[in-house]
Design a protein around this ligand. Structure first.
Ligand SMILES: [Zn+2]
Length: 320
């Protein structure tokens, strides 16, 4: 049996390493109340055996899982949902209504992801999602609360990173499972100033204004802690939110500076500007790692952010 590395971070709350790319890049969460379980995010298809190992390690079985809740359908968050649902006979899948079709019929999602990662990379990194029977899928309304054996989990619609993104509020810990909405914060960049956050502007539906509004919506609930998929729990969201909002505006600004410029080499220019911006922010935060180490830790996000910004520019051009 494979058991994914995991740790208990609060009462009935476990942060699990999904094993994508490198350790410390993508987590998911297991929430427990009495002997009932809910997953928030799932990693990719390749992550699922390790997640089932965690359930066994806690002395429970897949039959104890009531909910599987991907925050959005990007593969590092929801790619394993179908395999998990197939293994957990009593679970219902809770999703943003705009993500439901992709989980029920993942063909387009697979095609889109193959385009971003290449066929070989896709199979190696993620594994193919399984379709989920429609009858087991709940399309969550904004504010809808799901009861996990007396522990309320509230779905909040938070578009901006993706239009099919929701966050889950955990009343017991006064925290949000934020998927990508509260940004990325790798522990390698922690300094005396605390954690450093930046926004993933991943393809294909980055929308800065909508995202900033979603942040306001989260903060209105006065959360005590945010559980990030990338990576782990960060305390004091009040203190962190402005830095994250600044990164949304700055990254959008990098793209907007390209409007009206010729398109050849655009992606190269955006990518180098994103890399330079992230490096400068890391330095301003007091990170003392070598430039090359910082660039390596951020290489995937730099690529995806640049791609996402370019897609956003194209969408803006089309709508003008
Ligand atoms: Zn993600």
């Amino acid at each position: 049996m494979t058991i994914a590395p995991y740790e208990q971070i609060d009462e009935g709350l476990y942060c699990i390493e999904t094993g994508l790319y490198r350790h410390g890049l993508a987590a998911c969460y297991l929430v427990r109340s009495q002997d009932r379980l809910a997953f928030v995010d799932t990693g990719a298809a390749n992550s699922v055996p390790g997640l089932l190992g965690v359930i066994a390690d806690l002395g429970l079985t897949p039959a104890h899982v009531d909910y599987v809740i991907p925050t959005h359908v990007h593969l590092d968050h929801g790619g394993g949902a179908g395999h998990l649902m197939a293994a957990c006979p009593n679970a219902r899948l809770v999703t943003h209504p705009k993500g439901a079709t992709h989980l029920i019929e993942p063909d387009r999602l697979i095609a889109g992801s193959t385009q971003v990662y290449g066929e070989e990379g896709f199979a190696r990194l993620f594994g193919a999602p399984l379709p989920i029977p429609q009858a087991r899928v709940i399309e969550a309304r904004d504010g809808e609360t799901f009861d996990l054996a007396g522990r309320p989990l509230r779905f909040v619609d938070t578009p901006g990173h993706a239009n099919h993104h929701g966050c889950i509020h955990d009343e017991w810990s006064q925290g949000f499972f934020t998927g990508d909405t509260f940004g990325i914060s790798y522990r390698e960049f922690d300094t005396a100033a605390g954690p450093w956050l930046f926004a993933p502007t991943t393809p294909v539906a980055f929308d800065p204004d909508t995202w900033l509004a979603s942040l306001d919506k989260l903060m209105a609930a006065a959360p005590r802690v945010m559980y990030l998929t990338h990576y782990g729990a960060v305390q004091d969201p009040d203190r962190l939110v402005e830095g994250l909002a600044e990164s949304i505006r700055a990254l959008a600004g990098i793209a907007l500076a390209e409007e009206g410029r010729e398109e050849s080499e655009r992606e190269t220019r955006i990518k180098s500007a994103v890399g330079a911006y992230l490096l400068a922010r890391a330095r301003a935060h007091g990170v003392t790692l070598a430039d090359a180490t910082i660039a390596e830790l951020l290489s995937l996000d730099t690529d995806l952010n640049a791609q996402g910004l370019e897609v956003w520019l194209k969408r803006r051009a089309k709508h003008r």
